[in-house]
Design a binder for this molecule. Structure first.
Ligand code: CA
Length: 219
């Protein structure tokens, strides 16, 4: 099991990232300041670090610099605000492997985490997800249904991928929102219902079932 250090002082984001990573089979440790981040990263027990730039005590850049000076080669994914992308590019030159701008969708972070983990730490790569007569190719982003091949928009693809990865499980609107739209989305929004309807039109009306009062699950 890969171990991931999450250095993030905003509790809402830290718990969003932690819950998502745990649900996907990673072990996580959360720290909320730069000194603790550096101490944990240097202790070397982690396969990857998710590092916020705006941390108290010692900012993310200083943590990263000190890690690399100490010859810690653990992959680092930086989290940064959208308006400081310029600084972030400097961060990449300072030894980060990748960065995400806030707000971000969990699925985007997960894809980057999987990509940055060393091959030995990666879960075996699945390229086609299947459920009954339905399949989704993760490389071409096309779905195969009993009625033929369909092209999906980016959101439809993310939504169907989520259902297929949790086949048989009921997903609440909140779970779907945070996975496909991100933690910043208005929980009162009906965007999930709208997208489920358009997805049904493409892949079949019975492909996604409504579970009254709870949410949706794959048919
Ligand atoms: Ca912060």
């Amino acid at each position: 099991m890969s171990r991931i250090l999450i250095a993030e002082d905003e509790q809402r984001i830290a718990s969003f990232v932690e819950k998502g990573l745990r649900a996907n089979g990673f072990a996580t440790t959360v720290v909320a300041d730069g000194d603790a981040a550096l101490a944990h990263a240097v202790a070397g027990e982690f396969d990857l670090v998710v590092l916020d730039l705006g941390l108290p005590r010692r900012d993310g850049f200083a943590v990263l610099r000190a890690m690399r000076q100490a010859r810690v080669t653990t992959p680092v994914i930086i989290l940064t605000a959208r308006d400081s992308v310029h600084d972030t590019v400097a961060g990449l030159e300072g030894g980060a492997d990748d960065y995400m701008t806030k707000p971000f969708r969990f699925e985007e972070l997960l894809a980057r985490v999987r990509l940055r983990l060393r091959p030995a730490d990666r879960a075996p790569e699945v390229t086609v997800l299947r459920h009954g007569a339905l399949s989704l190719d993760l490389r071409t982003r096309r779905a195969e249904t009993p009625a033929g091949m369909v092209d999906l928009t980016a959101r439809e693809f993310a939504l169907l991928e989520l259902f297929l990865r949790h086949a048989g499980q009921v997903l609440s609107r909140e779970q779907i929102l945070s996975h496909v739209w991100g933690y910043d989305f208005d929980p009162g929004s009906n965007v999930v219902d709208v997208y489920v309807r358009t997805l049904r039109r493409k892949i079949g009306q019975d492909a996604i079932l409504t579970v009254r009062g709870m949410g949706y699950r794959l048919g």
